[in-house]
Design a binder for this molecule. Structure first.
Ligand code: 4UV
Length: 521
């Protein structure tokens, strides 16, 4: 597989398939706006935006942030930034001003592109920061004091004399954030080489130009970014974008547009398998459902497959740090419940986390990964990078095993990370917030299992001696400070101490076991 091509080559690929229409619909809260771009629109508009970036003085290596729900223009920004040699950083559109401030400071971005609804959050984040130095706020739509994105699309294109082609293995194309195995979110440096490699690895799935793809998963997260948005480019499919999940709009988008492939996460698959509304919609065009980001149980997979009559339920496994795809259950699928086999040009090993000994088939240990899709590293965090990538192997923090046929099964997580509906909730972030409360002297956050969401964050809190705060106060404190998906939906428990190792590390396993035991009592 040829791995040294950069994003510029991808642009050429787009030009080759320009004759194919990309149909993109924006659903806003009050209905369907129906904006459509063809592939030739996408390429010509992106190059104009790239020219506008150049006129604004942004240079190769500069970072542009996108803080937005899904819309068709998201793709223009990614391609424009790549063509101008810029890096695009993305963040969850549900972020609070404080969360956004951390991201903007850490990524040192020079401009942000956002929506009308989110401008106030951006202004609050920027206003409270001493180090964020944005040259401009660009807005999809119109907002006082912000530059409309439409003016970039209307640029005359003259400042972009050539598409940037630098060093594909060094230049960072995208900078999503992940907490990795421990600690606070970190910028994951994914190069042109990483992303193009993963897109080529994904071509083992047979999409074609007649496929109509659903773009409901967020384009800021690696799954939506690469497996959905970028991969339509390599396949020449059409994409129908949705900014958020609303049952009726979700189902009617699937049925009216005869969607052939839906990339989903397990909570949405649960919805399709169980919700009564599904019966009112004709979903017979769906030939393939794709699941990733969190475990999908075999029973649920089969229930959804049977109810919808879908031919293929494909699972993908990977991490933000692996661009993301490492495993795919490529049809014909013989082992439902498995995340499949390794994608081309990728190696894996399962090791005993205690001894580092390499384990054989059917033995559970930590999954380690090697391949061209493994990140360059974490931004400004050489020690965290060295901890995650050792001797060329990325230590995933996931527990897994493989069978005699080379099919992998993800069974548990060694790392701290909590996943709520596929979204990352780093316990360290909630712990850092809780400890700022004047009445809290120690705390720990774990994930507890939940049928609908996968996991829910739950806090254990030690209060100061004279404190009178109750569980509810802790819940409200967190609610006021973080994005809704990070709230302590698993509850709060006031305890007298947090179990810790001799080195002071929180013993989360003890808390998880004590929660399980309580449930069983
Ligand atoms: O960093 P991140 O938020 O990355 C992701 C990546 C998702 C996808 C989606 C479709 C793919 O084809 C693909 O390759 C990857 O969510 O979180 C990484 C962690 O999420 C869990 C696991 O704990 C990772 O370390 N995870 C991701 N995919 C799966 C999964 C899965 N299929 N089954 C179980 N856990």
């Amino acid at each position: 597989m040829m791995m040294m091509i950069g994003w510029g080559s991808l642009l050429l690929m787009i030009m080759m398939i320009m004759i194919v229409m990309v149909v993109v619909l924006v659903m806003k809260e009050n209905g369907l706006t129906g904006v459509k771009y063809s592939y030739s629109d996408v390429i010509s508009k992106s190059l104009k935006v790239a020219s506008a970036f150049k006129k604004s003085g942004y240079k190769p290596g500069d970072v542009i942030a996108v803080f937005s729900t899904n819309n068709p223009e998201y793709l223009l920004v990614y391609i424009a930034a790549a063509a101008a040699g810029l890096t695009t950083t993305t963040m969850n559109s549900a972020y609070s001003a404080n969360e956004l401030k951390f991201h903007l400071e850490n990524s040192e971005c020079c401009a942000i592109i956002t929506t009308e609804e989110l401008v106030s959050t951006v202004k609050e984040a920027v206003g409270t920061s001493e180090t964020v130095k944005l040259k401009e706020i660009i807005v999809f739509g119109n907002s006082h004091g912000c530059r409309p994105f439409s003016t970039l699309v209307e640029d005359d294109g003259t400042a972009l004399t050539e598409v940037y082609s630098g060093n594909a293995k060094e230049d960072v194309l995208v900078l999503p954030y992940s907490s990795g195995t421990t600690g606070l979110p970190k910028g994951v440096m994914l190069t042109h080489h990483n992303i193009v490699s993963n897109l080529l690895q994904l071509t083992i799935l047979d999409f074609d130009t007649s496929d109509r793809i659903l773009g409901i998963l967020p384009f800021y997260h690696i799954y939506g970014m690469v497996c959905i948005l970028f991969s339509i480019i390599t396949n020449g499919c059409s994409i129908y974008t949705l900014p958020k999940f609303e049952p009726e709009i979700f189902l009617s988008t699937l049925s009216k547009n005869r969607i052939t492939c839906a990339h989903l996460v397990p909570p949405l698959i649960l919805f399709l398998a169980k919700h009564p509304l599904v019966e009112d919609h004709d979903l017979s065009a769906i030939r393939r459902i794709f699941s990733g980001a969190a475990p999908l149980g075999k029973e649920l997979l089969l229930e959804c497959k049977e109810r919808l009559g879908v031919q293929e339920m494909i699972q993908g496994y990977g991490l933000t740090e692996t661009s993301p795809v490492v495993h795919l259950s490529v049809p014909p699928i013989r082992h439902e419940g498995s995340v499949g086999t390794l994608v081309p040009n990728t190696a894996a090993k399962i090791i005993d986390p205690e001894t580092n000994e390499i384990l054989g088939p059917m033995q559970t240990g930590e999954l380690c990964i090697k391949g061209p899709q493994v990140m360059k590293g974490y931004l400004h965090r050489p020690e965290a990078t060295a901890d995650m990538i050792r001797d060329g192997w990325l230590y995933s923090g996931d527990l897994a095993h493989y069978d005699e046929d080379g099919h992998f099964y993800i069974t548990d997580r060694l790392k701290e990370l909590i996943k709520y509906k596929g979204f990352q909730v780093p316990p360290a972030e909630l712990e850092a917030l809780l400890i700022t409360h004047p009445d809290i002297k120690d705390c720990a956050v774990i994930g507890i299992p939940d049928e609908k969401a996968g996991e829910l964050p739950r806090a254990y809190v030690v209060t100061n001696d004279k404190s009178t705060i109750r569980e509810e106060d802790v819940l409200n404190f967190v609610k006021a400070n973080v994005a809704p998906y990070k709230q302590l939906r698993g509850g709060v428990e006031l305890v007298s101490e947090i179990p810790k190792s001799a080195a002071g590390k929180i013993l989360r396993r003890i808390l998880r076991d004590s929660y399980k035991n309580k449930l069983n009592d």
